[in-house]
Ligand binder design. Structure first.
Ligand code: ADP
Ligand code: MG
Length: 673
């Protein structure tokens, strides 16, 4: 960076804070938004609001109004008239301005002390290529002592480099979709000449992002299809028997999903399917039916949960679902916290093939376990189960196992196609009948006492409550209620007559398990926890969820948390206790307005704008869409079609070096399975 004029060591360090360490980084450092100062007006025509004039400045003078308040005043004139300029607390202005020189002046024209004034304007000597006034100005994410103006000054110097950047999209695609060249787009992104040009630039860059993602997922799909898996024939009677023993009737959506999975498993091509269903939609039973078909025919199944807590819970649920058919003994748990002898026994049982449905965490596949008959992998609520991990398993089993991923992250369809184009998708769009929608209330902090009273009546009637806090312990930085603090407060004061437990990620697996069991067995009325309970935990008798400092959570996460209640017969409640008395954010109001995960996902997209991938941040996705709007369905469809076309052509993609570099990186990321 120091090769740029005006960028010394100190400033290079500040750039580094923003992740800009090289000229290349700078080229790819995108503006956050734009300020439009492109409309140049004669002085006598300016209206209150943001304005730009071209005028001669005179009489710039500074003085102290009172302690701590310095004012610089000046007059700017053109042929049509004069206007007053004022800066507060910028004492250097008077010296910086040369009397009698012509400047571009951009700023807010408004009333100040009853006089119309351009307040705190930016001024810049008139030139062919202004970087601080008189145009659409890019505003970048800034850092201490590094302003957008300085970033623009540096960016202006790399324009000659941008001009020479090679094209990264196949020329046929550029032509067919009438896209700007890469060089032109990047130039316009930093220094747009017009709103229209900026839009075309963003379109081009967004198109490229989606094109690359699509190509990555299509290549993954191709690769998967070329592998061989295990043919697992469908046995009708087995499925019927299982369904007969269920305490409920499968929903139509569940039946359809099971059927799609059975069809996949009969094929030699490995299944790679995503079962997408909102929290509580009943994904587990669908997965268990898939597993049953495999184990009944002698194969092994690995069922992976994101946490040990969930793995343990799943193994019990699955055990009880399969017990009635005589397959209970085939279920085994393998998690890190087992005692050495238990672990050894589990391993031995797996190697001997007695254990056929092995429930564990991802560590399951890292452990030295001999699953030589592994034909199906079920991955619950986990977004990262990459090609590499699958290959490890393939090496053990000799072929590529079928993969079924379960997710409660309700990804809108356009997004799912882009991100997970390599997966086939089964959707559980409806929930089992007879569930009351959860009542969600935003509670102001001064209504806490009343709320507690209401809750206590419900606890007295035998219900249970989750209390979720954003952090484990108090910190000096964050002014939020910690789990430890809340636990202490509730158990010594507000609910001291109730049985209360504390659960968080820093406890040992055994402690967590003990507390969870107590809560499940209703030996606790209240469970104070962090987001460790976010996914999967199923305690039907818990019908109250209280979330502290809900502003600290994302919409997807809040929806997941709320999904922990409303699983039983009673009416469920979710209370979002705000940190202060200010008006709740749009996000929180959205949550209160709907219990439909798919609708919330769409709202979240609309609220967050480009690049926001619903619910993925917390799962550590590396996909960063910086320009493409996921709500822009046309762009997504076009870019995806373009990727399909390019792939269908026989010409090798390898000649597009830069493109393939990106695509290779993305292939590792888009692998949800
Ligand atoms: P999720 O999709 O969030 O994983 P689960 O599989 O945990 O949901 O199911 C939530 C609850 O709904 C469980 O208690 C389960 O037994 C129950 N359930 C599943 N399918 C049905 C159904 N068809 N009818 C009634 N209850 C069901
Ligand atoms: Mg689940």
């Amino acid at each position: 960076m120091t090769e740029l004029k005006g960028v010394g060591e100190a400033q290079a360090k500040r750039f580094a804070v923003l992740g800009v360490k090289t000229v290349d980084d700078l080229i790819n450092y995108y503006p956050r938004r734009y300020d439009d100062f492109s409309a140049l007006n004669p002085v006598n025509k300016i209206q209150p609001g943001p304005v730009t004039i071209r005028a001669v400045v005179k009489q710039a003078k500074g003085r102290h109004l009172r302690r701590g308040l310095h004012i610089t005043e000046a007059v700017a004139s053109d042929d049509t008239g004069s206007v007053r300029l004022v800066w507060f607390n910028q004492p250097y202005r008077a010296d910086a301005i040369k009397s009698g020189q012509e400047y571009f002046i951009s700023g807010e024209y408004k009333l100040s002390y009853r006089r119309l004034t351009i307040m705190n304007p930016r001024v810049e000597a008139v030139s062919e290529f202004p970087v601080n006034t008189a145009r659409i100005l890019s505003v970048y994410p800034e850092t201490k002592d590094l302003t957008s103006r300085q970033i623009r000054l540096a960016a202006r110097q790399v324009l000659p480099i941008i001009e020479k950047l090679p094209e990264t999209l196949p020329l046929a695609v550029i032509k067919k979709h009438e896209l700007m060249s890469r060089a032109e787009a990047l130039n316009a992104l930093h220094f747009p000449d017009s709103a229209k040009q900026l839009e075309a630039a963003r379109h081009r860059l967004g198109f490229e992002e989606i094109f690359q993602l699509s190509l990555a997922s299509l290549l993954n799909k191709q690769e998967n299809q070329s592998e061989q898996s295990f043919k697992i024939p469908f046995k009708e009677k087995l499925a019927q028997d299982f369904v007969k023993h269920l305490p409920f009737k499968l929903t139509d959506a569940q039946r359809k999903a099971v059927w799609q999975i059975y069809l996949d498993m009969q094929k030699e091509e490995p299944m790679n399917r995503l079962l997408e269903g909102d929290v509580g939609s009943g994904k587990t039973v669908v997965a268990v039916m898939a597993a049953l078909m495999a184990i009944a025919q002698g194969w092994q199944v690995a069922f992976m949960a994101p946490t040990e807590l969930l793995a343990r819970q799943h193994s019990e649920t699955i055990h009880s679902l399969l017990e009635s058919l005589g397959y209970g003994q085939t279920v085994d748990l393998l998690v890190g916290s087992l005692k050495p002898d238990q672990k050894a026994r589990a391993r031995e049982s797996i190697a001997a093939g007695r254990a056929q449905l092995i429930v564990g965490t991802q560590a399951l596949i890292q452990e030295q376990v001999d699953m030589h008959k592994l034909a199906l992998i079920i991955v619950d609520e986990q977004h990262r189960f990459g090609v590499e991990q699958r290959k490890t398993l393939m090496a053990k089993a000799g072929r590529m196992p079928h993969v079924l991923s379960l997710t409660a992250t309700p990804i809108p369809r356009s997004l799912a196609l882009t991100l997970y184009g390599e997966l086939d998708i089964s959707l559980l769009a409806s929930k089992p009948q007879g569930r009351h929608p959860i009542v969600t209330e935003l509670v102001s902090p001064n209504s806490r006492a009343q709320l507690y009273k209401k809750i206590d009546e419900k606890l007295a009637a035998g219900q249970q409550m989750f209390v979720v806090c954003p952090v484990i312990e108090d910190s000096e930085v964050l002014d939020v209620r910690s789990a430890e603090q809340v636990y202490k407060k509730l158990s010594t004061k507000d609910f001291k007559h109730r049985r209360i437990g504390l659960l968080h990620g820093r406890q040992s697996a055994a402690d967590k398990q003990k507390t969870m069991l107590k809560f499940i067995n209703h030996e606790l009325d209240i469970l104070v926890s962090t987001t460790v309970i976010e996914v999967g935990v199923d305690v039907p008798n818990a019908s109250i969820m209280l979330i502290e400092s809900p502003e600290r959570f994302g919409l997807a996460q809040l929806h997941q948390l709320r999904g922990r209640v409303g699983r039983g017969k009673q009416q469920a409640y979710c209370y979002l206790v705000l940190s202060d008395s200010q008006a709740p954010t749009k996000r929180l109001r959205a949550l209160a307005s709907s219990t439909d995960g798919f609708r919330l996902a769409q709202m979240d997209l609309d609220l967050r704008g480009p690049g926001a991938i619903y619910g993925t941040a917390q799962h550590g996705h590396d996909i960063d869409l910086r320009v493409a709007q996921l709500s822009d369905t046309h762009l997504i469809a076009d870019a995806r079609a373009a990727a399909e076309t390019v792939l269908a052509q026989s010409e090798s993609l390898l000649k597009y070096k830069e493109l393939m570099k990106q695509v290779t990186r993305l292939r590792a990321v888009t692998n949800l399975n």
